[in-house]
Design a protein around this ligand. Structure first.
Ligand code: NAP
Ligand code: GLV
Length: 316
């Protein structure tokens, strides 16, 4: 079995060695420009369009992350890029959910216990005890109840605050109040009503682009908090700055941005109520990712079906 590998800005050798251990006998190679030889499977992150140019007989393309927006953007911009007979398979958790849960729990606790306000007081050498937020009304709304969102919602609920979740299809999750439907419909408005912390874990698709906008912010509890750990294209950046300026939002924690790395002259760097991390809320873990992908390659080679296959038209 022939496997192509592509991971920009990383040392491919450790990945190739790990894949070789997990799939002994596989013929593995890192893709190089001009390589148009046959391959059964591709394991990639942010691949260039040229990788798919040759009709090499790919059966499946494994994405080294949960979000497939970069690959599907290639397909939208240049229809026919993806081989029509190859399945696109995303990572399912593979160690990302516990990282995401920790990150979001930290952000929620930081705002609940007002550590952000105390940090600003400390910078001014001020000593004031601030009224705590009551747990009962500190409602956290998780947008997206998929592989990561559902686990994040459960982890946040364990902090003792009310948790709601929103997804396209109806879900039942113990301890979580669930809402479903189309974004911007009546169920979405009911989900947003009085939410104090909005956590975004939607995939980036044409339907979800710009969902974090002034209209959405205006439906939350006044002085709400935003945690965006999904993609930068979900957020209308000027709307966030305006919402912070006019008190609609109190603060935001952002892990993802429209342009990454965040440009040096970006206004977010100057806004003390915005906390920035460099797309690090949930990293792809090499051993876990290799193990999941190798198991799926073996299953496909045996003629079985696998989970995590992306619905290309739906966008996730
Ligand atoms: P997932 O399993 O595909 O879950 C997506 C969820 O969003 C599902 O619940 C889905 O609803 C819902 N959804 C999608 N489109 C919707 C729409 N138009 N309206 C309402 N709900 C919609 O994805 P995941 O594995 O949880 O990952 C989510 C995203 O996190 C990824 O796409 C990626 O962009 C991001 N991510 C970021 C990092 C980071 O380091 N910052 C790391 C990993 C992932 P249904 O359940 O009804 O289909
Ligand atoms: C990271 O952002 C991922 O989609 O896995």
């Amino acid at each position: 079995m022939k496997i192509l590998f592509w991971l920009p800005q990383a040392d491919a050798s450790a990945w190739l060695a790990g894949l070789a251990r997990a799939l002994p006998g596989a013929d593995l190679r890192e893709w190089q420009p001009g390589d148009d030889a046959p391959a059964d499977f591709a394991v990639v992150w942010h691949p260039p369009r040229e990788l798919f140019a040759a009709p090499r007989g790919l059966r499946a393309v494994f994405n080294l992350g949960a979000g497939v927006d970069a690959i599907l953007a290639l397909e939208r911009e240049h229809p026919g890029t993806l081989p029509p007979d190859a399945q696109l398979v995303r990572l399912e958790d593979s160690g990302m959910a516990p990282q995401m849960a920790e990150y979001v729990q930290h952000a929620v606790l930081r705002y609940l216990r007002r550590f952000d306000d105390y940090a600003r007081q400390q910078a001014r050498r001020e000593w004031h005890v601030l009224a705590p937020h009551p747990h009962e009304t500190f409602t956290v709304g998780v947008l997206g109840l998929g592989v990561l969102g559902a686990q994040v919602a459960r982890a946040v609920a364990s902090l003792g605050v009310p948790v709601r979740g929103f997804s396209r299809s109806a879900k039942t999750i113990d301890g979580i109040e669930t809402f479903s439907g189309e974004l911007h419909g009546p169920s979405f408005d009911a989900f947003l009503d009085d939410v104090k912390v909005l956590v975004n874990l939607l995939p980036a698709t044409p339907d979800t682009e710009d969902v974090l906008n002034a209209q959405t912010f205006g439906k939350l509890a006044r002085g709400a908090y935003l945690v965006n750990v999904a993609r930068g294209t979900h957020l209308v950046e000027q709307d966030l700055l305006d919402a912070l300026a006019n008190g609609t939002l109190a603060a935001a924690t952002l892990d993802v941005f429209r342009t990454e790395p965040l440009p040096q002259d970006h206004p977010f760097w100057q806004e003390p109520r915005i906390t920035i991390t460099p797309h690090s809320s949930a990293l792809t873990l090499r051993d876990e990712a290799i193990s999941q992908i190798a198991d799926k390659i073996e299953a496909l080679a045996r003629g079985e079906t696998v989970s995590g296959v992306v619905h290309v038209k739906r966008g996730y």
